[in-house]
Design a binder for this molecule. Structure first.
Ligand SMILES: C[S@@+](CC[C@H](N)C(=O)[O-])C[C@H]1O[C@@H](n2cnc3c(N)ncnc32)[C@H](O)[C@@H]1O
Length: 221
């Protein structure tokens, strides 16, 4: 269990929990909804150097597109998300695909409280870490590092910086990722700017974002 008091936990979490709940409630979440997994994840799962299927953790899994994709490809997957509306859709999507990943409701920066376990050889974060408040990022890295198997791969995707008009702050730079994760035993093996994958948002909207994909490898212990 973390050493934070209940009050500290509530205040740190409240603003982004409320923001995400509101975005799902009013339908704004459709701007990031994808029908398919991102190409970077497909390459790791089906490409020429595909990883062997094992345990996978989908951090901020949203409506579960990537969780379901990984489960269908033989991975034992846990999806974590803070927003109940998103998880309800994710569970329905998994049921219609006739797969049974584990879904946990909770904060990805408090993984030890969620009993996620460990031994994950693939960790995926599409669009979650980049909106974590600065003061929750080290805790996220600690939790993710504890959950990861030696030699695990972490695929981290999101905005380097977001336009001012975005309802919540977002960002993650190469330097920040190298520094924060490097200190916890991760090597940054790839950092590339990509075009935002196809979502329901119009292309002209998506073009305003600097979208980056980072691939990190946990040192073999
Ligand atoms: C931009 S959406 C991406 C969802 C999904 N990964 C996808 O690509 O469709 C970000 C998701 O992260 C979740 N999220 C944000 N902060 C979180 C936190 N601290 N803990 C758990 N989930 C969080 C939100 O509820 C939301 O579903």
């Amino acid at each position: 269990m973390s050493t934070e008091s209940k009050a500290e936990r509530r205040s740190a979490t409240r603003w982004y929990q409320a923001a995400y709940r509101l975005m799902y409630r009013v339908g704004f979440a459709k701007v990031w909804e994808r029908a398919a997994p991102p190409a970077e994840l497909v390459a790791l799962v089906e490409g020429p150097d595909a990883l062997p299927a094992g345990r996978a953790l989908d951090l901020g899994c949203g409506i579960g597109i990537d969780t379901v994709y990984l489960t269908k490809h033989g991975w034992d997957v846990t999806g974590v998300d803070l927003t109940p509306q998103a998880l309800a859709i994710a569970r329905r999507t998994a049921a219609s695909a006739r797969v049974g990943p584990r879904f946990l409701e909770g904060d990805v920066s408090r993984l030890p409280d969620l009993d996620v376990g460990d031994g994950y050889s693939l960790l995926v974060d599409f669009g979650c870490y980049h909106t974590l408040p600065d003061d929750r990022r080290d805790a996220y890295v600690a939790g993710v590092s504890r959950a990861a198997a030696p030699g695990a791969t972490l695929l981290l995707m999101g905005f380097r910086r977001a336009p001012k008009a975005m309802p919540i702050r977002a960002g993650m730079t190469v330097d920040e990722i190298r520094q924060r994760f490097g200190g916890a035993g991760w090597d940054l093996v790839e950092a590339e700017q990509r075009s935002v994958p196809d979502t329901r948002a119009p292309r002209r909207f998506r073009d305003h974002f600097e979208f980056w994909s980072y691939q990190l490898r946990r040192s073999p212990r």
